[in-house]
Design a protein around this ligand. Sequence first.
Ligand code: IPM
Ligand code: MN
Length: 366
Amino acid sequence: MVSYKITLLPGDGIGPEVVKAGVKVLNTVAEKFKIEIKYNEKLIGGASYEEFGTPLTEDTLKTCLDSDAVILGAVGGYKWENLEHNLKPEAALLQLRKSLGLWANIRPAKIYSAFADASSLKREVVEGTDFIVFRELTGGIYFGTPRGYDEEKGFNTMIYYKEEVERIARKAFETARNRAGKVHSIDKANVLEVSQFWRKIVHEVHKDFEDVELIDMYVDNAAMQIVRNPKQFDIIVTSNLFGDILSDIAGMITGSLGMLPSASLGSKYALYEPVHGSAPDIAGKGIANPIATIASVAMLFEHTLQVPKAAEIIYQAIERTLKAGYRTKDIMTEGGKEISTEKMTVEIIKSFDEIYHEQGLGVFTL
Ligand code: IPM
Ligand code: MN
């Protein structure tokens, strides 16, 4: 039996509740596909700060470096907002991304059709939306130096190296090739040299992918186009800061950030986390929406465990559960049945079992 080591970092707020839900799904599905998972659980973010005075300990980092993948809940909360920069929970996340070399952040924006009415945009605008943001995650202005501020000024450096642009562009083109074959590269080349460089490198990489259509778009226009006509996008590739902003816009049009998964991949490690935050106001009440974390587990099956079939059935199970009318409080719609985090997880697992057997998979042992 194949075996994988996974580090769980539940973190703060609703993090522990949604990670618990994700693990429940992971265990059920892994067993069906004959995969053994060995877990380690560690503190991160505010939870780690409270215990050890730092949001990321050497021990947590070492455990992550010794595993095949990490599942993270969420970090942050009002309680730690006024700490100095490198003690904030968010700093742990940035350090983890950098230390694990997670240069590609993949954020799918896919509408569950059962749910199109929950979007802030009209159903006819959003229905059928299915694109993925490829955000560069370990470079750009997030990490560029010099950086700082004093009495007179504040400054950061937006810098990209050739290799950083090449590898994310390549990944975007490779993925597009197996989808609708279209990549939008988002930059601000009408103003920034770093963007002119980005654009030049993306076009060089494109020479190996001439079957894929490449469209350059300025970031301000892209923000507008995503809400005007999201269906025009297949793959979006962009830098760290632009990707941060655009993936939030992309997330919202799908109805709720509570639904969106993400994968951060590097050459060696992978981290899976919901896009939403720690939602401290509803923590511990058993009402958090576990769908984003469960969908992140689907991404783990796709990218780390290499069982795309399992991922596909998890997505279908989410869709079926929503279609049956089940809703957590945050996504409650008229006529919906409001259920808890735990019940939602159980319903998704039930749907998974049904689909698994309908597809005849239960009959064979894989
Ligand atoms: C995200 C978050 C992080 C980021 C913060 C918490 C540092 O907004 O994952 O998108 O800016 O990358
Ligand atoms: Mn963000």
